[in-house]
Design a protein around this ligand. Structure first.
Ligand SMILES: CC(C)(COP(=O)(O)OP(=O)(O)OC[C@H]1O[C@@H](n2cnc3c(N)ncnc32)[C@H](O)[C@@H]1OP(=O)(O)O)[C@@H](O)C(=O)NCCC(=O)NCCS
Length: 358
């Protein structure tokens, strides 16, 4: 038996008082039904592989020191997936935790998007592996590849699908097993990355407007493919029939990251008529402590308002922001009505920001 398309199955516009014309909801921002819909985060979760690899363990096999790694990046340890433990395994565990927090089941979901650069397989999408593992048989599931910006890109797609009335409840996941595409003899990359997954559940809610609208306020996506070779793998299905290993010109990335992250943060604040003093929490992509500190300085944000997990997670690419969000929600830092600014920069270059009222 085939499922009918999401829009017809959910009949979401009519659930929310709009006349049921049988047509797809209007995407035109001026139309009345979708205009007041907001995507609110109703739960988040995360998952990490059990195995911790400390700097001390790593430098036994490469020409580096704990001191160099900590000074240049802030990283002290990372998690590494066990043999046979896949991106979809981590993504599914994070998804289950997020569903529990949201107090819903997989049957309530209309959409799963997995931001990842390290899918289980070239096809099918990791998102459908997660869908099957969760026992969700309807709706849609797909992957999105925007490297370290993948979570915010996925959040943006889900947000727009919710605002347009196409879906009601979405699971957005960032999940990676970067350890599988690292050359563990290359000290310029292998010390920097780790494995993990984070997930958020978004649900459409009617917004009454006002100063403290809850949910995703706006998302801002950018890319510039002229910088495609600055972080890349030296292989891929279509070019080498393999996956390849990560190569990165770290210093060049560093300079662009600081500029692009600050610009994307400004853009998000301006779009909402807000300023840095309004931010309760900055939750940036966790690539390097120095990049995060420089960004916080540019925004005049004190360290207490910055969520930093890079020391114990390292750079988990698309997973880093949802992992950090879950940590700060779980320990009580991020709470209801807090204004959270997320920002990321990665291969492509891609960069992005979003403002979320929790
Ligand atoms: C990668 C990074 C930590 C390197 O720090 P840096 O201060 O820029 O260091 P450099 O790349 O200039 O390298 C300095 C020296 O350290 C060496 N080095 C590199 N990795 C090393 C390691 N693990 N241990 C010891 N020395 C190392 C380099 O070979 C270089 O030596 P050289 O001067 O003899 O050529 C930093 O550039 C960075 O974090 N960049 C951004 C990365 C990022 O955000 N990536 C993710 C985006 S998704």
């Amino acid at each position: 038996m085939t499922e009918s398309p999401v829009v017809e199955r959910r009949d979401f516009a009519s659930d929310h008082g709009a006349p049921d014309t049988g047509a797809k909801p209007e995407i035109n921002p001026e139309s009345s039904a979708p205009k007041s819909l907001r995507a609110r985060v109703i739960g988040c979760g995360s998952a990490l592989p059990e195995r911790r690899v400390t700097n001390a363990e790593l430098v036994r096999t490469i020409d580096s020191t704990d001191q160099w790694i900590v000074q240049r990046s802030g990283i002290r340890e990372r998690r590494v997936a066990a043999e046979g433990e896949t991106t979809s395994d981590l993504a599914t565990a994070a998804a289950r935790a997020a569903l529990r927090r949201a107090e819903i089941t997989a049957a309530d979901l209309d959409l799963i998007i997995v931001g990842t650069t390290t899918p289980d397989q070239t096809l099918p999408a990791t998102a459908v592996r997660v869908q099957a593992a969760l026992g969700m048989t309807g709706g849609a599931a797909f992957d999105l590849q925007a490297a370290c910006s993948g979570f915010i890109y996925a959040l943006s797609v889900a947000d727009n699908m919710i605002r347009s009335g196409q879906v009601r409840t979405a699971l957005v996941i960032g999940a990676e097993t970067l350890s599988r595409i690292l050359d563990w003899t290359d000290r310029t990359t292998c010390v920097l990355f780790g494995d993990g997954a984070g997930a958020v559940v978004l649900r459409a809610e009617h917004s009454e407007g006002g100063a403290k609208v809850r949910g995703i306020l706006s998302t801002h996506l950018h890319s510039d493919g002229r910088y495609g070779d600055i972080i890349c793998t030296n292989g891929g299905p279509s070019s080498t029939r393999s996956v390849g290993y990560v190569h990165m010109e770290g210093r060049e990335v560093f300079l662009h990251a600081v500029v692009n992250l600050a610009a994307a943060a400004d853009e998000a604040l301006k779009a909402n008529g807000l300023s840095p003093v309004d931010i309760d929490w900055l939750v940036p992509h966790q690539a390097n402590q120095r990049i995060i500190e420089t960004l916080a300085q540019k925004l005049h944000l004190p360290a207490e308002k910055v969520v930093m997990t890079v020391a114990h997670h390292a750079n988990t690419s698309a997973a880093s922001i949802p992992l950090a969000l879950d940590e700060a929600v779980s320990d009580g830092r991020i709470g209801k009505d807090d204004l959270v600014l997320v920002g990321a920069m990665g291969a492509g270059f891609t960069w992005a920001s979003a403002l979320i009222r929790w």
